[in-house]
Design a protein around this ligand. Structure first.
Ligand code: FES
Length: 125
């Protein structure tokens, strides 16, 4: 495996942002990635904006970095803007992310979108 050298990855690994589980979220999702790793996302919404977002994963270090970056990118954003986040946006932040680890970014963004869908569906939106 290629050495993880990106400063951004190192920062998000040393101190992952928004890592943890949330009690009583407004929306939540758990997704099992193609590799068998799981990611969970929890969101709180207020006035149409994501006020809190947490993720938890048993996945690899790059997956942890992807969850950290994805949650940082959508915190404070509207639901509409958060739904525009794509795996490519996360990959762009991880400049030397290996091609074989693209699925880690897909797992993070998919889990986020499912948590948002959970919120919207619960409210019949
Ligand atoms: Fe499984 Fe990253 S290696 S999600």
């Amino acid at each position: 495996m290629k050495k993880i050298s990106s400063k951004i990855i190192v920062e998000h690994l040393a101190q992952p942002k928004n890592f943890g589980k949330m009690t009583k979220p407004d929306g939540a999702a758990l997704v099992i990635g193609q590799c068998g790793d799981t990611m969970e996302m929890y969101i709180k919404i207020n006035d149409g904006k994501i006020t809190e977002v947490l993720f938890y994963t048993d996945g690899c270090k790059i997956t942890t970095a992807c969850g950290s970056i994805a949650t940082e990118m959508v915190k404070g954003q509207t639901i509409k803007n958060a739904l525009k986040l794509s795996p490519a946006n996360v990959i762009d932040k991880l400049h030397d992310l290996l091609g074989s680890n693209v699925h880690c970014a897909i797992l993070a963004v998919t889990t986020l979108h499912k948590a948002l869908a959970d919120y919207l569906l619960k409210r019949g939106l």
